[in-house]
Design a protein around this ligand. Structure first.
Ligand SMILES: [Zn+2]
Length: 193
């Protein structure tokens, strides 16, 4: 059993995101993963969460409309609202990006793997979740890039290796993006509370 205090809370909602929900009852428990997370490979750990832990976690998460209830020591029910993480990219934005990018990974050109959207300017750097800051990317390339700045990523041995499979048009488009990085508006996610 892991305690929240043993983990870096700041990673929640950023590099550690919501991938599904747990339903339980009638003696059974189900972990229901979101469709894009079907290949989740990490081992599941039990996170021990008290009321205070939930409050901390919810303060950390930028959040929309999931109610969480917890029973306090005196038996009263404490209700809190969990809102959807700002990190969560609206599904329709993702589909617009996939369509624009011809349902292929912009880095390796694969079209037979599940796609994700990769932030050109990283989310942590204030890059917005809008189509002009997103590229279709397979999970492998997305993971390989991590938070590497975009221009640096195009110089990386990994990108150099996989991008040989791209069409000339996609490759030059990737390079052109470097010149318009400054035009992409940054968003300030830092919260005052
Ligand atoms: Zn790829």
């Amino acid at each position: 059993m892991v305690k929240l205090s043993q983990l870096d809370l700041l990673k929640f909602g950023h590099t550690v995101g919501m991938v599904g929900v747990v339903y339980a009852g009638e003696g059974r428990a189900f972990l229901a993963l979101f469709p894009e997370e079907r290949d989740l490979t990490a081992e599941l750990e039990n996170l021990s969460m008290g009321v205070e832990d939930w409050q901390k976690l919810m303060t950390q998460l930028d959040t929309l409309e999931t109610e969480v209830t917890a029973r306090e020591g005196d038996g009263t029910i404490k209700k809190a609202i969990l809102r959807k993480s700002a990190r969560t990219i609206e599904a329709n934005i993702s589909w617009r990006v996939f369509k624009r990018d011809s349902y292929k990974c912009c880095y390796c050109g694969k079209d037979d793997v599940p796609l994700t959207v990769d932030h050109i300017i990283c989310w942590e750097e204030g890059g917005p979740s809008t189509p002009d800051n997103l590229l279709a990317s397979c999970r492998k390339c997305n993971k390989a890039r991590g938070n590497t700045p975009y221009a640096e990523w195009l110089e990386s041995p990994y990108y150099r290796r996989v991008s040989v499979n791209l069409s000339a048009a996609v490759r030059s488009n990737n390079l052109d993006i470097v010149n318009r990085l400054a035009d992409i508006p940054r968003k300030n996610y830092i919260k005052s509370r």
